[in-house]
Design a protein around this ligand. Structure first.
Ligand SMILES: Nc1ncnc2c1ncn2[C@@H]1O[C@H](COP(=O)(O)OP(=O)(O)OP(=O)(O)O)[C@@H](O)[C@H]1O
Ligand SMILES: [Mg+2]
Length: 520
């Protein structure tokens, strides 16, 4: 039954784990997708912001009236009125066959003197070239839009044609983008400001990096983080990309970690469940065993009670009916009756004692007790039995006086009696018993040794359990209730001492009791 319960527990735990695993993998996918979508919309917002920033600037600042083209003062006034953030310099050039004066202005509108072969001038001319061609052909423009020229990445240009009333390009106004401003001021501020778009847990844990030098496929060197969302810039800086990564534990890692925790917990729960099942089974087995032992005990005790009662009744009847007249026989029968009633009294006392000890009703009166004295007294009480059985008892007491033990004298007598009775009862053919006393640190030890058949190692601990009787052949011969050693252990432990047995089959047994001395 135990196995089937354990198997059920294991299967249930496995099913639970499987379900968890499934739910977690789904959760992981959704969480990853959600996180990526949030990062993507954030990145897009930052990029769109920069694009709008330059588109608006270009539309406002580069909308130069055709008339202003030929007047440096008018151009200075126009550019000076613009917001110069993000602009390194403005320029304007008149198109046509005549003089093509290229004029540069600072963001504040001051004219700048740049040599004709300055890289800025070259970049401005390259950006203007398409409209120059249209102007030379006398063509018209279909739409006026700002155009980005990134031929020279160090001098990015946004340019816009200036058209006359007929829509013919007559000039170009442009600006050189201030890359340092974008990189050091605009992007950090935008990256910060757009955070509010992110869900709360991501907000503090993102890292945004600008990658430059993308190749034609839009890839930056070394950009390979699997979790990063990376989008290219569009309007200006088309060789840049913004990569945003959640520095928080990624959902995958989080899911993996919680899976591990769940796995551990489930294993722990299964182990606990199995342990509980095992404990329940064991205690059920113990309870069954105890009740079996009790019923054995009842049948034992009734047998024990019936046998002496039967002999007492038979001998009593003989005497009453006057069947025996010789005084010798009368005395012998009288002795039987006395001995049998003695056995009965002993048995009843044992049972009462045990029930008292077992229910904690037995109180101990502690005093200093001389153990050697108790041994003498107990052996004297057993004298008749010893002599009748032909037992030799050797008492070994050290020459110097032993320290008194702190004990209830009657309890000590009972412990010694129970041990001696066992030694006599289970002595087999060897009628030799040794009682030995020895002082030890904080206690005096009492050993009772016999040369009987010994006790099987598997039973050496169990014989101290109540009602337990070892299964050897002797048990069937020797009468007993299985309470003697349980009483011994209870009493000794109530004194703060301990009792144990050392025994080898066929060689005998030694029961050793440690009695604490006063103050130990
Ligand atoms: N000296 C011994 N040698 C061998 N077996 C022993 C010895 N002492 C005890 N045992 C075993 O331990 C069992 C329990 O002993 P315990 O004294 O508790 O009960 P009992 O002697 O059977 O009955 P009682 O209650 O009358 O003493 C005995 O049945 C016996 O099998
Ligand atoms: Mg006994």
């Amino acid at each position: 039954m135990g196995l089937s319960i354990a198997a059920t527990a294991v299967v249930a735990a496995a099913v639970l784990l499987g379900l968890q695993l499934h739910a977690l993998s789904e959760l992981r996918e959704t969480a990853t997708a959600t996180q990526r979508a949030a990062l993507r919309s954030y990145t897009k917002a930052v990029l769109r912001g920069l694009e709008d920033f330059y588109r608006h600037k270009a539309r406002a600042a580069l909308d130069v009236p055709a008339a202003a083209l030929r007047s440096p003062e008018a151009l200075a006034a126009h550019f000076g009125a613009q917001d110069g953030d993000g602009v390194r310099s403005f320029f304007a050039v008149a198109l046509g066959r005549g003089e093509r004066a290229l004029r540069f202005f600072s963001p504040g509108g001051r004219p700048l003197a740049l040599p004709a072969d300055a890289p800025e001038a070259r970049a401005a001319r390259v950006a203007s070239a398409p409209w120059q061609l249209v102007a030379e052909d006398g063509g018209r423009l279909e739409a006026v839009t700002s155009v980005v020229s990134e031929q020279f990445p160090a001098h990015r240009v946004i340019a816009r044609p200036v058209v006359d009333a007929q829509g013919r390009p007559v000039g170009v106004a442009g600006l050189l983008v201030d890359e340092a401003f974008v990189r050091e001021r605009y992007l950090p501020a935008a990256i910060e400001a757009e955070r509010a778009r992110l869900p709360e847990p991501l907000r503090e844990g993102i890292a945004a990096t600008v990658r430059t030098g993308l190749d034609d496929a839009g890839r930056a060197p070394g950009a390979d983080e699997p979790d990063a969302v990376e989008l290219p810039f569009r309007f200006v800086f088309s060789d840049w990309a913004l990569a945003v990564q959640a520095r928080l534990v990624s959902p995958e890692a989080w899911a993996r970690r919680s899976l591990r925790i769940n796995l551990g917990l489930s294993l722990l729960m299964t182990a606990a469940l199995l342990a509980a099942v095992w404990l329940a089974l064991r205690s059920a087995a113990r309870a069954t065993q105890l009740s079996q032992m009790k019923s054995e005990f009842v049948s034992h005790v009734s047998h024990e009670l019936r046998t002496p009662l039967a002999s007492i009744r038979v001998f009593g009847e003989f005497l009453r009916l006057g069947r025996v007249s010789e005084p010798e026989k009368v005395r012998e029968y009288g002795e039987y009756i006395e001995a049998e009633s003695g056995r009965l009294t002993q048995l009843v006392n044992d049972i009462l004692d045990f029930s008292k000890i077992d229910s904690g009703r037995r109180s101990l009166r502690f005093e200093d007790v001389d153990l050697a004295d108790v041994v003498d007294e107990t052996l004297r009480g057993l004298d008749v039995r010893l002599r009748q059985g032909g037992f030799g008892v050797e008492v070994r007491v050290p020459a110097e006086p032993l320290p008194p033990i702190w004990a209830d004298r009657a309890a000590v007598v009972q412990v010694l009696t129970n041990l001696l009775e066992n030694a006599l009862k289970y002595s087999g053919g060897a009628r030799e018993v040794i009682v030995e006393l020895a002082p030890e640190a904080g206690c005096v030890t009492l050993c009772v040794t016999d040369r009987g058949p010994g006790i099987h190692p598997a039973e050496q601990e169990r014989i101290f359990e109540r009602f337990y009787r070892a299964g050897g052949g002797l048990v069937h011969e020797a009468k007993g209730s299985g309470l003697g050693l349980a009483i011994v252990r209870h009493l000794v432990e109530a004194h703060g001492g301990s009792v144990g047995v050392r025994s080898r089959l066929g060689e005998g047994s030694t029961f050793r009791v440690r009695w604490p001395t006063h103050g130990a």
